[in-house]
Design a protein around this ligand. Structure first.
Ligand code: AMP
Length: 122
């Protein structure tokens, strides 16, 4: 079962940040790293992760300082601008078991390139 209470330094996104495993970079600045999802669910499926160790959105909200939170959110908009997502996009962040989180490093999914459809599967 996923543990989102203690940060696992060996999770796959931590390894991507340390460049121990490859990724297809889309955007990077001081606060975030964004790369293509290995198993895309839409024509555009980007993962946006903070360059600091947070297990989940919950952990991020509680522990990140206000400047970091602000810059992280603004970076998402910069990524959307860079990708010219004029028809819109969907952001998703999964938290814990019921949220369907698989990787215990906080991330947003950015999905676009077609209408993304129903918000929740039945
Ligand atoms: P979540 O279920 O919200 O934790 O999402 C984890 C996402 O990470 C999934 O969409 C996976 O396809 C993606 N993923 C797992 N390993 C990699 C990897 N090495 N490179 C890119 N995406 C990955």
């Amino acid at each position: 079962m996923i543990d989102i209470t203690n940060y696992d330094d060996d999770n796959i996104f931590a390894k991507i940040l340390r460049q121990e495993i490859p990724s297809r970079k889309v955007f990077e600045n001081k606060y975030v790293y964004a790369f293509e999802d290995i198993n895309p669910q839409a024509p555009i499926h980007i993962l946006i992760i903070p360059k600091k160790s947070f297990c989940s959105f919950q952990d991020f909200s509680k522990k990140a300082d206000s400047k970091f939170i602000c810059e992280f959110i603004k970076s998402i908009d910069l990524i959307a601008e860079k990708l010219e997502l004029k028809e819109g996009y969907r952001l998703i962040t999964n938290i814990g078991k019921h949220g369907g989180q698989e990787v215990p490093h906080f991330h947003f999914h950015l999905l676009s390139g077609r209408p993304i459809g129903k918000m929740v599967s039945t």
